[in-house]
Design a protein around this ligand. Structure first.
Ligand code: FAD
Ligand code: AMP
Length: 479
């Protein structure tokens, strides 16, 4: 007889494993199917995020930042460190150790919560039946009262720059270089391209980023993206070419020759390696039988409503395979929402309050609406900006590039958005995520006591500036 579960989750990335754990916590008999294996055939949980995404990229960003600081940032403090060198295999070993500790941790958490972890691949059939094919085994049927699809995303490959796994690589390949390329090309100035470009630039590569769009970081508040462009090109050594579309590549004698259109002019570049980071697409191939009852939208994502319900009752989909930003924390919270809704709760996710972060240096982080969106919507607002150059804590840390910007509704005073470029932006923006979830006004933030000296004072001062009475910077004259 087919195995039966209350919930079967397909995929154990942040969307899937979190959904499975929460379902089990709520007393549902839960299985989680994952096909990822290590090179010894051992099941690996955690998906893109833990294996080849958030975690390994941040490990390399941290190592490379320390190296860059040791070579460029110590003299100002009066420290001379002698000759500093970088051991790339050691850096990679540390990264692998972090990944294996965390992925092993997820296996432990699934077990501790009573989730049945199934190693193999899953496919949704009609009537919420799941076909489970164990690694190297024959397909079996599983019956599920509910199914959660969480198969994630994979890198997009473009015809002019096909991956060869050696010289032309995707983000996964870019986390595995065994030496620092002398000259590195990056196609796409999105979040992943900038983060991975930064890693290798800090370690000494000459990095050229080729981006098709004429504007830099279009999804970011324009004041912040302009500042980022200035800082990345001047201070961080990234050569960012906008309005430049890659049209062809060839690998000759171990070098990648790239042709791109700069406006109308055809140009050439030659690199030791090329990272192609032009976005990711949902993984749905082979996942859905024709009669599964689940539909895709026009962009190939699984079609869901605000509660991640697909067109088939009892089948849900979360994370990168559904609309919305491809972010691990968005996937996780969708997983929690779905688990709780299956167990009868009315949990909702506030999609307007999902923070975004780019882990460059300085970091960029934001939540809510940006200035160009408010202008386009005709929303009356005022902006308050506090530059880190006026922050005692940032000065003490010799990390004064950037700003905190808060946008408030001119009539209700509600905080509409917060946009930060600067030290610890990821952690600072979370304060405003919490504030916005509680419907805070700029005055609420103004009346809160912030520890001194701290980078958080920048958030306080930006709120004060939006109200026109910042203390530590001059205020704009009232009209
Ligand atoms: P995934 O993590 O992709 O997991 C899906 C899982 O499903 C995989 O393990 C896959 O093997 C499995 N699977 C697929 N098909 C099947 C099947 N048929 N049967 C069984 N199993 C299957 N996000 C952030 O929030 N912060 C960051 O700093 C960040 N950095 C990133 C850096 C890089 C280089 C990359 C590539 C991504 C980064 N992301 C980051 C994005 C983040 O990794 C994803 O948004 C997140 O992993 C999505 O989670 P998910 O559960 O939807 O899918
Ligand atoms: P993201 O979707 O944030 O990962 O960013 C991917 C970036 O790659 C986008 O800004 C695209 O404009 C860019 N892009 C896509 N195709 C090309 C191409 N052929 N040449 C240069 N940039 C590209």
């Amino acid at each position: 007889m087919a195995q039966q579960f209350d919930v079967v989750v397909i995929g154990a990335g942040p969307g899937g494993y979190v959904a499975a754990i929460r379902c089990a916590q709520l007393g549902l008999k839960t299985a989680c199917i994952e096909k990822w294996q290590d090179d010894k055939g051992k099941p690996v949980y955690g998906g893109t995020c833990l294996n080849v995404g958030c975690i390994p990229s941040k490990a390399l960003l941290d190592s490379s930042h320390r190296y860059h600081d040791a070579t460029h940032g110590l003299a100002v403090h009066g420290i001379s460190a002698g000759e500093v060198s970088m051991d790339i295999p050691a850096m990679m070993g540390r990264k692998r150790q972090i990944v294996s500790q965390l992925t092993g941790g997820i296996a432990g958490l699934l077990k501790a919560n009573g989730v049945t972890a199934l190693s193999g691949s899953g496919r949704l059939l009609a009537g919420r039946k799941v076909e489970f094919t164990p690694q190297g085994g024959a397909p079996e049927l599983i019956e599920a009262a509910n199914v959660i699809l969480a198969t994630g995303s994979s890198p997009i490959e473009i015809p002019p720059a096909r991956f060869d796994g050696d010289r032309i690589v995707d983000s996964t390949g870019a986390l595995e270089f065994s030496e620092v390329p002398k000259r590195l090309g990056v196609v796409g100035a999105g979040v992943i391209g900038l983060e991975l470009g930064s890693v290798w630039a800090r370690l000494g590569a000459e990095v050229v980023v080729i981006e098709a769009l004429p504007e830099f970081l279009m999804m970011v508040d324009q004041q912040v993206s302009k500042e980022a462009y200035k800082l990345f090109t001047k201070q961080q050594g990234l050569d960012i070419r906008l309005n430049a579309r890659v049209t062809g590549t060839s690998v000759v004698d171990g070098r990648v020759n790239v042709t791109y259109l700069d406006g109308d002019a055809e140009k050439q570049e030659s690199f030791d390696r090329l990272i192609v980071a032009v976005g990711r697409r949902p993984v749905t191939k082979g996942l859905l039988a024709a009669d599964s009852g689940v539909n895709l939208d026009e962009r190939g994502f699984v079609h869901v409503n605000d509660f991640c319900q697909t067109d088939m009752p009892g089948v849900f989909a979360v994370g990168d395979i559904v609309r919305g930003p491809m972010l691990a924390h968005k996937a996780m919270e969708e997983g929690v929402m779905v688990a709780e809704r299956i167990s009868g709760r009315k949990t909702q996710l506030n999609y307007d309050c999902i923070p975004s972060i780019i882990y460059t240096h300085p970091e960029i982080a934001w939540v809510g609406a940006n200035e160009q969106q408010l202008k386009a919507a005709g929303t009356p607002y005022t902006a308050g900006v506090f530059p880190f150059v006026a922050s005692g804590r940032a000065m003490a840390a010799n990390d004064t590039a950037g700003m905190v910007k808060i946008l408030r509704h001119e009539e209700t005073d509600r905080i509409l958005g917060c946009h930060i470029i600067g030290p610890s932006a990821a952690d600072l923006v979370q304060q405003m995520v919490i504030a916005m979830e509680f419907g805070a006004t700029a005055e609420d933030i103004a009346l809160i006591v912030f520890g001194h000296p701290s980078l958080s004072e920048g958030v306080h001062e930006a709120a004060l500036a939006a109200l026109g009475h910042a203390i530590h910077i001059p205020n704009r004259k009232k009209k």
